[in-house]
Design a protein around this ligand. Structure first.
Ligand SMILES: NC(=O)C1=CN([C@@H]2O[C@H](COP(=O)(O)OP(=O)(O)OC[C@H]3O[C@@H](n4cnc5c(N)ncnc54)[C@H](O)[C@@H]3O)[C@@H](O)[C@H]2O)C=CC1
Ligand SMILES: O=C(O)C(=O)COP(=O)(O)O
Length: 526
């Protein structure tokens, strides 16, 4: 039974599939203190959160079974992604479900800010009828600068265009074609800041975007500019915003998000020019249902080892590619595993070479799988998520290449590993109707099914070597299922790869290595 913890409120309709799954137990715990969170989730296989739960390195370390952290929303800045990656925990989000909701909320804030609606409402509740104090401005013909023209930014642009605003956008990834399609002017950061009547930010909060809008930026803005932040607290420097409003440079600000949430004694909230909502961008019935459905489905797929889509710490692999690569996955992992078991020492360089039909595909996911197979023998808890990261941390050079030399096969995957103590190579293929095969070990041609208990023997090619192996294992009561012999020159070095019906004990293995002419005897488990 998989234990799925939900620690921020999610839509009941949205998590129906999770609740109905026979193999999943859903545990809901809200408003936990950091310490309670640590205690509660120790046996979690999956953790589902929104923006409130802080998924720190400590939280991740505390849940050794954790396989997936799912964010029912877009921003993942409350999750320690490097720590998750290091531990091989998949982080997924729901990038599409709350786009419209957040764009509409931003637009509501834009109108409210322009017409002083929250302030006027407050005033009328106090029994006043003050029409003069709340004279607003029109949106028509004003320039709106959107910093970050992604999903939400683009939807906002469409709405602003419908209100006949001039829209400018700064986004380093914005193409000319996309800007034209949306009818927005592609601007530099400086232009977007300098010419705007309204500036709204829609980037993620990253090291780069932290305090993107700061005291210097405010200096360059138009007098009476209006500022919106419905993305993340911290993209705008709150102290600088406060000063700019006080100085009369900024006429008003609309904030849905804060550097510290909830904002306690935040001086911005004391200014009449500031309107605010408590992080409500994604809070619509529709968006909450969408994101909860999306993450529930992802979590179910991940816990059942099925393909999934929206991993934040794993390059996304389109379903069609996943399907095409599927038959190669086992071969890839087994090649890595075999090679690691015959190559002693710490890896320094690994070269992955692909030949034949397979080169038409994006083979990066296979490289990750081979690497997982390789590293699993020296490191604990390696998976596709953390394998490249662990290799990089250990300074292992990774080279991925494609070639046309298939050596007569339809396709070949070839891996070479160099370590502090030498190097070995292995190659394998898929044979129609027969599945995975190891075709080469170093320069020796073989035909080995990479499965079960194997014995790899390096020996001198002398008469009687095969007989000795058969005799020895027979005396120990070990049955040989298959046997492959490979040699390069008569009387030179040779190898044998045997498949046995059961594993050897340490004592038998030790005795085996004492037999003269058997230079290396390694038991391989695949
Ligand atoms: N207030 C709320 O409740 C919600 C807030 N959000 C926030 O809104 C942000 C944006 O969401 P989406 O539009 O769905 O994400 P998105 O990923 O579709 O768009 C982000 C855009 O920012 C751009 N960007 C990244 N770095 C940039 C930089 N240094 N300068 C300029 N542009 C940059 C990217 O190129 C991308 O186009 C999220 O990261 C999240 O923090 C999202 C949903 C709800
Ligand atoms: O999706 C996002 O990035 C949001 O900020 C929404 O946050 P929430 O799920 O409403 O806590």
């Amino acid at each position: 039974m998989h234990k799925v913890y939900i620690t921020d409120p999610l839509s009941d309709q949205g998590i129906e599939k999770l609740l109905q799954a026979d193999d999943i137990e859903v545990i809901r715990r809200y408003d936990l203190t950091p310490n309670q969170l640590l205690e509660e989730i120790a046996d979690a296989d999956a953790l589902l959160v929104r923006s409130q739960t802080q998924v720190t390195e400590q939280v991740i370390a505390q849940a050794p079974r954790l396989k997936v952290i799912a964010r029912a929303g877009v921003g993942v800045d409350n999750i320690d992604i490097p720590a998750a990656t290091q531990k091989g925990v998949i982080v997924v989000n729901a990038p599409d479900g709350n786009t419209i909701s957040t764009a509409e909320h931003t637009f509501a804030m834009l109108l409210s800010l322009s017409r002083n609606i929250p302030q006027a409402y407050h005033s009328i509740l106090q029994g006043k009828w003050n029409r003069k104090a709340f004279v607003g401005i029109e949106l028509k013909s004003k320039t709106l600068s959107i910093i970050g023209l992604g999903r939400i930014g683009a939807e906002l642009a469409k709405r602003a265009k419908a209100f006949r605003m001039e829209v400018m956008a700064y986004d380093p990834y914005l193409t000319k074609e996309r800007a034209e399609e949306l009818g927005v002017k592609k601007a530099s950061f400086d232009e977007a800041i300098r010419y705007a009547d309204y500036i709204t930010v829609h980037t993620p909060l990253t090291k780069e975007t932290k305090h993107f809008i700061n005291a210097d930026t405010f200096q360059n803005m138009k007098q009476n500019v209006r500022i919106l932040n419905c993305a993340r607290g911290g993209i705008i420097d709150e102290t600088a915003l406060y000063e700019a409003i006080k100085a009369g440079k900024v006429a008003g600000a609309a904030l849905d998000v804060f550097e510290d949430e909830p904002p306690i004694q935040n001086p911005l909230l004391e200014l009449p020019q500031v309107i605010a909502t408590p992080h409500l961008g994604a809070s619509t019935i529709e968006a909450q249902e969408n994101v909860a459905i999306d993450v529930s489905e992802e979590v179910i797929r991940i816990l059942r080892n099925q393909p999934f889509k929206n991993a934040v710490n794993l390059p996304s692999v389109p379903a069609e590619l996943q399907q095409k690569l599927q038959p190669y996955q086992e071969l890839a992992e087994k090649l890595g595993s075999f090679l690691a078991q015959i190559t002693p020492g710490a890896p320094t360089k690994i070269t992955f070479t692909y030949a034949g039909e397979i080169t038409a595909l994006d083979i990066a996911p296979l490289t990750r799988t081979i690497l997982k197979g390789l590293l699993s023998h020296s490191l604990a808890s390696v998976n596709d998520v953390n394998a490249p990261h662990l290799a990089q941390q250990r300074g292992i050079q990774l080279i991925e290449q494609k070639t046309s030399h298939t050596h007569g096969f339809t396709q070949i995957i070839h891996v070479e590993m160099e370590t502090s103590r030498g190097s070995h190579r292995i190659a394998g293929t898929l044979i129609n109707g027969f599945g995975a095969r190891i075709t080469k070990i170093d320069d020796y041609s073989v035909d080995v099914t990479p499965r079960g208990n194997l014995l790899y023997i390096r020996h001198q090619d002398i008469p009687g070597a095969i007989g000795k192996v058969g005799m020895f294992l027979g005396q120990q009561g070990v049955n040989i299922a298959t046997m492959q012999v490979g040699r390069l020159t008569l009387g030179g070095q040779a190898i044998m790869v045997l498949r046995m019906d059961r594993p050897l004990t340490a004592a038998i293995l030790n005795e085996f290595t004492q037999i003269p002419n058997f230079e290396e005897v390694i038991e391989i488990t695949l």
